[in-house]
Design a protein around this ligand. Structure first.
Ligand code: ADP
Ligand code: MG
Length: 389
């Protein structure tokens, strides 16, 4: 048991006066390639990261849930498992909406959950695009199920977690984050087919590391811009006579008659999604072949399209990618997550890490007065039990 778990247990005991009887963890994730493709029924290539949300809990005899978060203030939040919370947020404390939403979707599925006392801690940075929210949801569902002596398949937990965020937080996210957190495999990235929810794991090439760098810029515009991009993708698919952009080829998109039917901007959005689906499948083939340089090139192309065609980057992200890319040993770099701030992900040769990490930090600091953070991470396992002894 490490210090974080010890602190969590200590906080649990001081809040509830007794020891927790169970523990769960769910990781954040980084998407290596395949951005803004999940809600187009397309492909992503994420892996879980070595940062997670942990929950310790103790079942109660009644139907009450009590919960506290070490990171978020507000003390204990208490509610009834039979609650009927209105859609899209009620709480004065937004973080508690995630927890309540998860309990609510379990109830809606007819799963009888017992009351429990919960304590939460997380070291996934909040709002950086590394999916602390999905880690929180997936961990919550695991904890509540476990306290009720119930279990569900990981894929089902992911879809319930996504529904909780869609309905009760009002964030219209795709399945990428929750499926990554719930179903990841240690040491592997996974090609995710967001239509079938099928996952194909593949190891990262030898001799390279995944480096995440946080711009320190929080994603201000993201909700409205994200929803607008989604609408544009839906409009594009409709004009092309398909349900989702997954079913479109670049050839189909460029066809003259098609050009006539959709406006320039929508077409550029669609071009990114269609090309990104191809790049993501190609990147998976690179992993299977152990070809890190080609994988890196696809990451570069992905960033360029996200910047020029999908227009979801910002100066900070573009600068951080350019700095990373200029350094020795960097094979590819791109923004990751929804965009407008948050993190970049780079593929860096192991022997260059000792110079890469300080150089990225210094280079970015010379341009922006923001708290940059760099995380080198291996691929972590998906959600599961947390050992309490
Ligand atoms: P991201 O998923 O990219 O980190 P989101 O805005 O989707 O960003 O989710 C962040 C929110 O998730 C936080 O504002 C908070 O409400 C909730 N959250 C994440 N981790 C924790 C935690 N350890 N304790 C309480 N709430 C958390
Ligand atoms: Mg999130």
């Amino acid at each position: 048991m490490d210090q974080r778990t010890r602190n969590l247990i200590k906080a649990f005991i001081s809040a509830y006066g007794d020891r927790p009887t169970l523990g769960v963890r769910a990781p954040g994730r980084v998407n290596l390639i395949g951005e803004h493709t999940d809600y187009n029924d397309g492909f992503c290539l994420p892996m879980a990261i070595e940062r997670d949300v942990r929950i310790v809990a103790r079942p109660r005899k009644d139907a009450t849930i009590r919960v506290l978060s070490l990171e978020q203030g507000g003390g204990l939040v208490e509610f009834d498992t039979g609650l009927n919370i209105p859609k899209a947020s009620i709480a004065e404390l937004r973080w508690a909406d995630y927890v309540k939403g998860c309990v609510q979707v379990l109830c809606e599925e007819g799963i009888r959950v017992r009351g429990a006392d919960l304590a939460i801690t997380g070291d996934v940075p909040l709002g950086s695009g590394l999916s602390s929210s999905a880690a929180l949801e997936v961990a919550t569902i695991h904890a509540v199920l476990s306290a009720s002596r119930k279990a569900l398949p990981a894929e089902r937990i992911a879809t319930l977690a996504q529904r909780a965020e869609n309905r009760y937080v009002g964030n219209n996210c795709g399945i990428l984050d929750q499926l990554s957190s719930a179903c990841a495999t240690k040491g592997k990235a996974m090609l995710m087919d967001c239509r079938t929810l099928k996952l194909l794991p593949a190891s990262l090439p030898k001799g390279v590391s995944v480096v995440i760098a946080d711009t320190g810029k929080r994603r201000g515009l993201v909700d409205s811009e994200y929803n607008q991009r989604r609408q544009q993708c839906e409009a594009g698919a409709k004009a092309l006579g398909v349900s989702h952009l997954r079913d479109v080829t670049l050839h189909g998109l460029w066809h003259a008659s098609v050009k006539a039917r959709i406006d320039q901007q929508t077409r550029r959005r669609c071009e990114h999604v269609v090309a990104e689906n191809g790049r993501t499948q190609a990147a998976f083939a690179c992993l299977q072949a152990g070809d890190a340089p080609s994988f890196g090139q696809l990451m570069d192309q992905s960033h360029a399209d996200l910047r020029d065609k999908f227009e979801v980057t910002c100066r900070e992200l573009d600068d951080l990618v350019a700095i990373s890319r200029s350094l020795p040993g960097c094979l590819g770099s791109r923004m990751t997550g929804a965009g407008f701030g948050g993190c970049t992900v780079s593929l860096v040769q192991d022997h260059c890490l000792p110079t890469f990490v300080p150089a990225v930090t210094a280079g970015y600091r010379s341009l922006h007065d923001l708290p940059v953070a760099v995380y080198v991470t291996r691929a972590a396992p998906g959600a599961g039990r947390l050992v309490l002894r």
